[in-house]
Design a protein around this ligand. Structure first.
Ligand SMILES: Cc1ncc(COP(=O)(O)O)c(C=O)c1O
Length: 383
């Protein structure tokens, strides 16, 4: 029987119930496994290669993503790095539009030293993307909605271009999670995600996942995971399984809060522009609707020149000014000096990240309190 997503969230990790018939997946704190005789081992060898708690999480994620396999890592960056490790010296990866700053950094500072080239392409123009494809382009990496601009890219269109040229597509699905968007079902080859964010949901762990729908890719990634060794630890895997049980209820509430906050921001005199693909007026609305459950729970907005971002961020009382997103508590941040600080100001502007850009990750608090908090902080931020 193929279960629906809300049932998978609760039961999807419980394939391997032991004789004790536990309700929750046990935390297997063991680095190795007993080999009873030369011929007789349990299927588990050394825990960097495999661990039952991690395996339960990976089974759950594969189901949620609608894929054949998933791999869990110690961070979102370790997950993206595992995906980049599939490429060879001389290969080129096209990076479409705005992405998380750390992902640029690992391409620029690490993988390019190993001869894996990359080029940033404007994701607004799919013609431009296709025009950049040369013989050595072997991958397209993108985020949609993008961090922090919330620009939406047409997943099906990027996949169609990639398939025409026999190129792998890698999508960072952190801003959506498989509850809101399942890129593998739209033809994407590899999904990476910072599980630190919505999957974890409580701002307490750092973790990452890679999911695929192809056996060969799965085997290659399993090997990369085992030899690079950036695995998630069993207790964090347990915490993620536990957190994922409430992914749906958390996100339903976060999306509802976000929709109200976006409407409030649109009407506030301190706000020049609101970027949220759940707003009908947003340029990405129609595509977002065609490929995701809703607009998600992230907003970016620009303050007008009369309002000071630092004063505003220092003035919030319920929102936490911090670098992450996706937790049950509302977080707010300034991408130009945090998540994207390593990019030059000119490059930030090219991507649509300005000195007055604010990124908001509403949590599950009472939305009226959240709106009142933003309202008082905005009103007090006038220069
Ligand atoms: C979209 C996106 N991808 C990847 C990452 C990296 O994940 P982690 O911090 O878990 O390594 C982040 C972190 O902020 C992110 O926002």
């Amino acid at each position: 029987m193929s279960e629906r997503v809300d049932t998978q969230l609760i039961h999807g990790a419980n394939d391997k119930i032991t004789e004790a018939r536990e309700v929750n997946v046990p935390v297997y704190l063991t680095s190795t496994f007993i080999q009873k005789s030369f011929e007789d081992h349990s299927g588990y060898g050394y825990a960097r290669g495999n661990n039952p708690t991690r395996e339960a999480l990976e089974t759950l994620i594969a189901k949620l993503e609608g894929g054949k396999a998933s791999f869990a890592f110690a961070s979102g960056m370790a997950a993206s790095s595992a995906a980049f490790s599939l490429f060879n010296n001389g290969d080129k990866i096209l990076v479409s539009g705005a992405i998380y700053g750390g992902t640029y950094d690992v391409l620029k500072d690490v993988f390019s030293r190993f001869g894996i080239e990359y080029e940033i392409v404007n994701s607004d123009s799919l013609e431009e993307l296709e025009g950049k494809i040369t013989d050595n382009v072997k991958g397209i990496f993108f985020e949609t909605p993008a961090n922090p601009t919330l620009k939406v890219t047409d997943i099906r269109a990027v996949v169609a271009i990639a398939k025409r040229h026999n190129i792998l597509t890698i999508l960072d699905n952190t801003f959506m999670s498989p509850y809101l968007q399942r890129p593998l079902e739209l033809g994407v080859d590899i999904v990476v995600e910072s599980a630190t964010k919505y999957l974890g949901g409580h701002s307490d762990i750092i973790a990452g996942i890679v999911a695929v729908n192809d056996q060969q890719l799965a085997e290659r990634l399993h090997k990369i995971q085992a030899v690079l060794g950036g695995i998630i630890q069993p207790f964090d895997a347990y915490l993620l399984i536990r957190s994922i049980k409430t992914l749906g209820v958390r996100l339903d509430r976060q999306v509802a809060n976000t929709e109200k906050i976006a409407e409030f921001l649109v009407g506030h005199p301190a706000v020049k522009a609101v970027h949220y693909p759940g707003l009908k007026s947003d340029p990405g609305y129609a595509i977002q609707k065609s490929q995701a459950k809703n607009g998600g729970a992230m907003i970016a907005f620009e303050l007008t020149d009369e309002y000071c971002p630092a004063k505003f961020l220092d003035g919030v009382k319920i929102f936490t000014h911090g670098a992450s997103l996706g937790g049950v508590e509302s977080l707010i941040g300034h991408p130009a000096t945090s998540s994207h600080r390593s990019l030059s100001p000119d490059f930030q502007k090219e991507l649509g990240i300005y000195e007055r850009t604010i990124r908001v990750s509403p949590g599950i608090e009472d939305v009226e309190d959240l709106i009142e908090d933003l309202n008082q902080a905005l009103n007090n931020a006038k220069l």
